[in-house]
Ligand binder design. Structure first.
Ligand code: RP5
Length: 181
C-alpha cells in the first residue's frame, strides 16, 4: 500500500474502475492542503487486505477514511466494522442499476456501525466532509474549508451578477462559445 506517514485521510476504493470518481476527492483534499493516501482495497477480492487496512489505519495515524465502492458495495461498511475511525462511503454509479445498488449497500447499515454516506458519485462532498471532521482539530483545515466556501459563494455571486447584467440568452451564448474552444 502506498503509505504517506503524514496522511490524515485514507481514500480507498474497490477497484481502479472507481478511480475517475474517487480522484475528485483526492484532488480536493490536495487543494485544501490535507495529506492523504489513496489505494485499492476490495472487500470481496482482497478480504485479508481490507482487514489489514482497517485494523491498522488508526495506529498508522489515519483520522478519517473515505471508501468508494459500487454494486454489492460492502467495502465502506466492512471497513467501518473493523475500526472506530469515521468512514465516509461513496456509492458508485453502476451500469446495471444506476448506482441504487451501491447506495443501498452503503447507506443501509445496521445500528451500531455508522457509515456517513454521500450521494452517488459524491466524492467531492466526501472530501469536504472529511475536511470538516478534521477541522474540529486542525485550525489550518478549518481555514481552508472556510476559504473554499468563500470561493464557492463568490463564484455564484459573480455568475448571478453576470446573468442579471447580460440576460440569460447572451449568458448561454457566451457559455457555448467558451465550451467550443
Ligand atoms: C466494486 O465492484 C468496485 O468498487 C467497483 O465499483 C465494482 C466493479 O469493479 P470492477 O469489475 O470494475 O473491477 O467492488
Amino acid at each position: 500500500m502506498a503509505k504517506r506517514s503524514d496522511a490524515k485521510v485514507a481514500i480507498i476504493m474497490g477497484s481502479d474502475s472507481d478511480l475517475p470518481v474517487m480522484s475528485k476527492a483526492a484532488d480536493l483534499l490536495g487543494e485544501l492542503g490535507i495529506a492523504f493516501e489513496l489505494t485499492i482495497v476490495s472487500a470481496h477480492r482482497t478480504p485479508e487486505r481490507m482487514y489489514r487496512f482497517a485494523a491498522e489505519a488508526a495506529e498508522r495515524g489515519i483520522e478519517v477514511i473515505i471508501a468508494g465502492a459500487g454494486g454489492a458495495a460492502h467495502l465502506p461498511g466492512m471497513t467501518a466494522s473493523m475500526t472506530t475511525l469515521p468512514v465516509i462511503g461513496v456509492p458508485m454509479q453502476t451500469a446495471a442499476l444506476g448506482g441504487l445498488d451501491s447506495l443501498y449497500s452503503i447507506v443501509q447499515m445496521p445500528a451500531g456501525i455508522p457509515v456517513a454516506t454521500v450521494a452517488v458519485g459524491g466524492a467531492v462532498n466526501a472530501a469536504l466532509l472529511a475536511a470538516r471532521i478534521l477541522s474540529i482539530k486542525y485550525p489550518e483545515v478549518r481555514a481552508a474549508v472556510t476559504s473554499y466556501a468563500e470561493r464557492q459563494r463568490s463564484g455564484v455571486e459573480s455568475k448571478a451578477a453576470k446573468i442579471e447584467r447580460s440576460g440569460y440568452r447572451e449568458y448561454l451564448d457566451q457559455a457555448d462559445s467558451s465550451s467550443d474552444r
